[in-house]
Ligand binder design. Structure first.
Ligand SMILES: Nc1nc2c(c(=O)[nH]1)N[C@H]1C(S)=C(S)[C@@H](COP(=O)(O)O)O[C@H]1N2
Ligand SMILES: [Mo]
Length: 246
């Protein structure tokens, strides 16, 4: 428990994170209780398959906060927005037997899962949203990861002001968690651009930075050491923990 509290406060004070609220964590009792909840901590430390709590419709925050890098504004993203993402393809490739590119129609035709879960940002704010989409595990079943596969990397369409793209990764176990979704909808509407349209990851068992927005490519790999900064994610490359279980 001490370790996770330490990690969380180190992160929140050392980095400007996704917005400039350095002390928000200290002011947020709910988040402290969350970190201190013995069960959650055990899951984080021993890595068992914990389930994130699911909420009721009445608990949903209708105006879900927007956070992180700016929404992509380049020509290719503008084209997607202009044609309602009809030309968008989600590529699944890497160490898999069957590579595939999914249009939105194909993703919408797959069986949809809905969950009402809480998003917890390291800055200390939380929001409950109703998310719908496809289970990432289902796409992986179709792709059939090869024997050397260990991680799933999510490549995103946004970049920071240095031109560095956002990306994230999960191990295959977390990727196949029954609550790990590729979300297409938030609060009964298609995802809007600011929340990651057309497809974002939702990992309610881990901190918010794992839930990559604007996903364009899912790459299955044996190791992420040679990708970008080598630590498995945009924020991980700047010091965040790769495993962000809550
Ligand atoms: N592609 C991308 N995904 C991202 C981020 C980002 O900057 N770029 N920020 C992360 C962080 S820190 C948070 S808290 C959530 C914010 O999601 P929201 O804007 O839907 O609230 O997205 C996560 N996923
Ligand atoms: Mo965040």
């Amino acid at each position: 428990m001490k370790r996770r509290l330490f990690i969380a406060s180190t992160i929140s004070s050392a980095l400007a994170a996704c917005s400039p609220i350095g002390t928000a964590l200290n002011n947020n009792g709910g988040f402290h209780r969350l970190l201190g909840a013995a069960q959650g901590v055990n899951h984080a430390l021993i890595g068992t398959r914990g389930m994130a709590r699911e909420y009721r419709d009445a608990d949903v925050n209708r105006d879900f906060r927007v956070n992180g890098l700016p929404t992509p504004s380049d020509a290719s993203y503008q084209r997607y927005v202009a044609d309602d993402f009809r030309s968008y393809r989600l590529v699944v490739d890497g160490a898999v037997e069957r590579k595939h590119a999914y249009g939105l129609d194909a993703l919408r035709a797959m069986s949809q899962v809905t969950q009402i879960t809480r998003h917890d940002c390291v800055e200390g704010w939380s929001a409950i949203g109703k998310w719908s989409g496809v289970l990432l595990g289902g796409l992986l079943d179709v792709a059939k990861p090869r024997a050397d596969a260990r991680y799933v990397v999510f490549h995103c369409m946004d970049r920071d002001d240095q031109g560095t793209p956002y990306y994230e990764s999960l191990d295959l176990h977390e990727a196949r968690h029954p609550q790990t979704l590729l979300a297409l909808r938030l609060n009964d509407a298609n995802l809007d651009p600011d929340h990651g349209a057309p497809v974002r990851l939702r990992v309610p068992t881990q901190l918010g930075y794992k839930s990559a927005k604007w996903v364009k490519r899912i790459e299955v790999v044996g190791s992420y050491a040679n990708l970008f900064g080598g630590s498995g994610g945009y924020w991980e490359d700047q010091g965040y923990e790769w495993y962000a279980g809550i």
